[in-house]
Design a protein. Sequence first.
Length: 331
Amino acid sequence: MDTDAYSWAHQRSWRRLDQLSRQRKLTGGEADELVRRYRAASQELARLQTRHPDPDLVTGLSAILARARGRVLAARSRTWREVGRFFTHYFPAAVYRAWPWWSAVALVFVTVAIVFGVLTAESASFRTAFGIPDDVPGLTRPGGAFETYYTEHPNGAFAAKVWTNNAWVSAIALFLGVLILPAVYVLFMNAHGLGITGGLMAEAGRLDSFFGFILPHGTLELTAIFVAGGVGLKLGWTLVDPGPSSRAAALARQGRATATVALGLVGVLFVSGLLEGFVTPSGLPAAVRIAIGFAAEAAFLTYVLVLGRRAVAEQEQGSRLHEFSSASTSA
């Protein structure tokens, strides 16, 4: 190996690696470049050490790599800190700020579902108007379609299926919320379907089975859909009424919050999918399955209300301190 030629061919890359490792702050792109150049330089050092090594060249490149290694490890730990901060600050704060919206969505959704359920159970003319047959034993009898839906597939595959479906519904509610009507339609159709199914089970005298299969996973699943719908509609309303900011600035700000909620809900729906895939169809007593579902729901609401409120308070305090500092400086 011609070490001089090899050094000349790579010295620009090594200088850039050394520059990045000495730089106090790195952008996301620069951090990726640092990792990429560090890996390449490590391979190049290995070649130098195995083929006619030049002691001075090896020592110099080793020093550059030692500095870069410290920055790479620091960058990785910062990345994990950011991931942790996302789940302890950004996501719960975004959900907490939108609580009036998703609480309203929850109230309207449950009201619509109850109305459709009561009318389906008690009014034959209502069932006729909506094309619902009076006798649906295939759905409502013990071991019928309502119950076998949760047991006809392997648990893991079923959990993945419902996770994908719920993520799709939530994504529609979130990102079509900017148009308002599509999100309202999706939420209404889900409430309509849930209410009619509950009404049919009630009319067949099997309401206990309905709640025994819906509540273990449905409390958390529906809460995630309520959050998605509420945040999506808030995004749509920002387009209608941007407040004191310009429409573009308000949409950009709320769009970032919507994206944060979308990413966080992936995890919430994953937990809901596990509950629906493994707890709902399990042989546990209904009371135990429902208690597990309620515990998951209580954990999520506590997470949002405690961490979310704390994160919002910290953000507002930081904003006030920044304004005070700016005012003092200008004075």
